[in-house]
Design a protein around this ligand. Structure first.
Ligand code: PEP
Ligand code: MN
Length: 287
């Protein structure tokens, strides 16, 4: 059998044949998810200071990133760990991104903060821990803001697409999926990065798919090889954690690339993207 009949209540808006040519999600600076040029989202796990986010924005823009990431509201396992700078971080992100023609993606955790985050960000991230927070999905859906929907910690592909469906049915067509690894039996890496999700999702949905090799592996040394593999598998973009001094990062330092490592990675990414008929963005800042 070469055709499957979809279930009546499954992801009717997200499914591939609802938009056979594929969806392209655009951000204000021209960054596109789903076009020939991939989107490169880069920046620290958490925004820590004006200088930290400013220097990171300049460096990643100069190496070909087109979206600045940085956590303002952080979902931390421990309530005693750094929780993010909140509203102050949103302003610092905006200022740093505007100076380098970058768009901003940052996580929103609370439906009551969607309006605040949307006022500063160009794209809102729904984190792995909130993939099935249905009231958050509906609120972000109603905002209409482009959304980066991470795969849940142990979500099936079906559950992930149903979460995307909540955003779409709330009136927001600008949904990008982000594979960031799932829990496995093996703790040798932080998560098990499911790169097969990329070509699989291509057949199931018209939504763009990007890959986060930072959370997907938890180890800086694995970020470049898995980021390159993601591009080879057809990802529409990458999300990479970059920090001026990873060993001193307030969160996720062990999986963050230094400026030098990010530069080396982007040179390789350009070659791999070209090999699969794609391109990396042009630099928007000169250092
Ligand atoms: C993050 O991007 O810093 C983050 C917390 O991601 P995830 O939700 O994938 O763990
Ligand atoms: Mn992180």
């Amino acid at each position: 059998m070469d055709r499957l009949t979809p279930l009546p209540h499954a992801y009717r808006l997200a499914r591939r044949d609802a938009q056979p040519s594929g969806t392209v999600v655009m951000l204000p600076n021209g960054a596109a998810f789903g076009g020939e040029t991939v989107a490169i989202c880069a920046g620290p796990c958490s925004v820590e200071s004006r200088e930290q986010i400013r220097s990171t924005a300049q460096t990643v823009a100069a190496r070909g990133a087109n979206v600045l990431r940085g956590g303002a509201f952080k979902p931390r396992t421990s309530p005693y760990a750094f929780q993010g700078l909140g509203a102050d971080a949103l302003k610092l992100l905006r200022e740093a991104a505007d100076a380098c023609e970058l768009s901003v993606v940052t996580e929103v955790m609370d439906p009551r903060e969607v309006e605040l985050v949307c006022a500063h960000a160009d794209m809102v991230q729904i984190g792995a821990r909130n993939m099935q927070n249905f009231s958050l999905l509906r609120e972000v859906g109603e905002s209409g803001k482009p959304v980066l929907l991470k795969r849940g910690l142990s979500a099936t592909i079906h559950e992930w697409l149903m979460a995307a469906e909540y955003l779409l049915v709330s009136g927001n067509p600008n949904v990008v999926l982000c594979e960031r690894g799932v829990r496995s039996f093996d703790n040798a890496t932080r998560n098990l990065l499911d790169l097969s999700a990329v070509p699989l999702l291509r057949t199931l949905t018209h939504l763009p798919v990007i890959v986060d090799p930072s959370h997907g592996t938890g180890l800086a040394a694995l970020v470049a090889p898995m980021g390159l593999a993601a591009l080879a598998a057809g990802a529409d973009g990458l999300l990479v954690e970059v920090h001026p001094n990873p060993s001193a990062a307030a969160s996720d330092g062990q999986q963050s690339l230094s400026f030098e490592q990010f530069g080396a990675f982007m040179r390789q990414a350009e070659v791999v993207a070209r090999a699969v008929g794609r391109a990396v963005p042009a630099a928007t800042f000169a250092t």
